[in-house]
Design a protein around this ligand. Structure first.
Ligand SMILES: Cc1ncc(COP(=O)(O)O)c(C=O)c1O
Length: 472
């Protein structure tokens, strides 16, 4: 029952591929998403544990009938929410092939290990990061940041952090990010036992970039209070507005103050490839560690993040449970020595294929195009009297409000209209808070989006806004 003949597998596999091909055909015209009916939701969540087996073909049919009609929506050209991109269809096949290959990429002499090393080298080259650094593919940006900060903690510890934790460490460590730093940095300092009370959120300038003078003042105040500054965690593209922190100045502060310089590039790291923005990344190559997220702007399916650490030995010393005298460096070190996972999936295959399919010229063009579309959206918003542009970061995020003349409380109106836009499913976006006030936020990491989709987005917002105003 569990195994299949090649013929059975081929037959079912073709059916699954047909389902995906149908979706691909509809993607531009179909609604972005639709709400899950409550009965369907309950059925999934409360179904009894099956005692007997079910025919595999019937199960694939269930996916067709029940699952595929309720996507998150990020394959659609009119999905502007969060930082979730569509993925390259070749990578769908890669995940299927990788699952069938079923290698654990802990290490060893088999294809998947070498391909991950090769892909890591490509990612370093893309980012202009030192070739002798070391890294790992991870589940996403959050875990990539966590792994990087774990290496930082180990390097900055006065004692043997791995054996004794913070016992006897003396004054608390302090980590610095900006008020716009991603919440995963807070999770990381909490998980690592540093504590969120010692994560300083430094104010930003008018463009939401970390204020270097405020950082210096906070470090001085913390030293005066007998605390121990250890790390600046900067952002290469904040999630709210896409701000890129001033890396050269921050690298200088870190060098002068003997701090670890980390950069969270989960959203915007690959913006280094775009002609419009590459100049803003100067100094990134000086970072001690870097988190990037191929499942965002490199268009491979979730999950795929990546951490790179300049001092590979420091990363290995953080996680390896092999004493140095047992390490066999004649062969390649095991990847499992550089991170928390032992058994590791073959995430590298999708990247290996899609990077070759698209090539660097292709990626530069795709990412530049997303940024150009964001500029076009901003120009449309500026040109209209019924919209207000709130933040236009250097990358592909636009924060704005529908604010027809005479509206008293635009943030409240936009919160209300967003619910209606989301329920309707013609376009999908989310909101955020900037400077304490609610804004709509459109993020374009989408090779399918066209300028016509931007017009649809604005039209849908106006219609929802007018309905909300009419309802009073
Ligand atoms: C700036 C930034 N950092 C970190 C993350 C977390 O990455 P992930 O969701 O892949 O864990 C995100 C996600 O959007 C992000 O935008």
């Amino acid at each position: 029952m569990i195994d299949m003949t090649p013929e059975e597998f081929r037959h079912l596999g073709y059916r699954a591929i047909d389902l995906l091909a149908e979706r691909l055909g509809d993607i531009r015209t179909a609604a972005v998403r639709q709400p899950v009916p409550p009965a369907q939701r309950d059925q999934w969540m409360h179904a009894p544990l099956p005692e007997t087996g079910t025919d595999a073909a019937a199960l694939v049919q269930r996916v067709a009938d029940e699952v595929l009609p309720y996507p998150m929506g990020n394959s659609s050209p009119r999905f502007f929410a969060l930082v979730n991109s569509p993925s390259a269809p070749l990578a769908w096949l890669a995940d299927l092939l990788a699952a069938a290959h079923n290698a654990s990429v802990a290490g060893g002499d088999h294809a998947a290990t070498y391909i991950e090393h090769g892909v890591l080298n490509w990612l370093k080259a893309m980012m202009g990061y030192p070739a002798e650094s070391m890294g790992l593919l991870a589940s996403g940006g959050s875990v990539a940041n966590l792994i990087a900060l774990a290496a930082m903690r180990n390097v900055k510890a006065r004692g043997d952090m791995r054996a004794h934790g913070f016992l006897g460490e003396g004054p608390p460590m302090v980590v610095y990010t900006s008020t716009q730093g991603h919440t995963c940095l807070q999770k990381a300092v909490e998980i690592l036992g540093i504590g969120s009370a010692f994560l300083r959120k430094i104010p930003t300038d008018a463009d939401y970039r970390m204020d270097v003078a405020a950082l210096r003042a906070q470090i001085a105040a913390d030293r005066a209070a007998n605390l121990r500054p250890v790390c600046v965690a900067a952002s290469a593209g904040t999630v709210n507005s896409g701000a890129i922190d001033p890396f050269e100045a921050l690298a200088d502060v870190c060098a002068q103050e003997d701090l670890w310089f980390h950069i969270d590039g989960a959203y915007g790291g690959f913006g280094i490839l775009a002609e419009q923005t590459q100049g803003l990344y100067k100094g990134l190559e000086r970072a001690d560690s870097l988190a990037i997220d191929p499942h965002k702007w490199l268009y491979v399916p979730i999950e795929c993040g990546c951490v790179l650490v300049r001092d590979g030995q420091a990363l290995r010393d953080t996680f390896s449970v092999l004493p140095p005298y047992l390490r066999d460096d004649r062969a390649l070190p095991w990847l499992s020595e550089f991170g928390p996972q032992q058994t590791r999936g073959f995430k590298a295959l999708k990247l290996w294929l899609v990077i070759q399919q698209i090539g660097m010229q292709g990626y530069r063009a795709l990412i530049s195009r997303d940024i150009a579309l964001a500029r076009a959206l901003q120009a449309k918003i500026r040109a209209r009297a019924d919209f207000e542009l709130v933040a236009a970061g250097p990358l592909s995020i636009t924060c704005f409000r529908y604010a027809p003349p005479g509206v008293a409380d635009a943030p409240a109106l936009n919160k209300r209209l967003l619910e209606s836009v989301q329920a309707e499913g013609q376009a999908f976006l989310t909101g955020t808070e900037l400077d304490g006030a609610y804004v709509l936020r459109a993020c374009i990491v989408n090779f399918r989006t066209t300028e016509a989709d931007l017009d649809t987005l604005l039209d849908v917002i106006v219609q929802a806004g007018q309905r909300a105003l009419a309802a009073g």
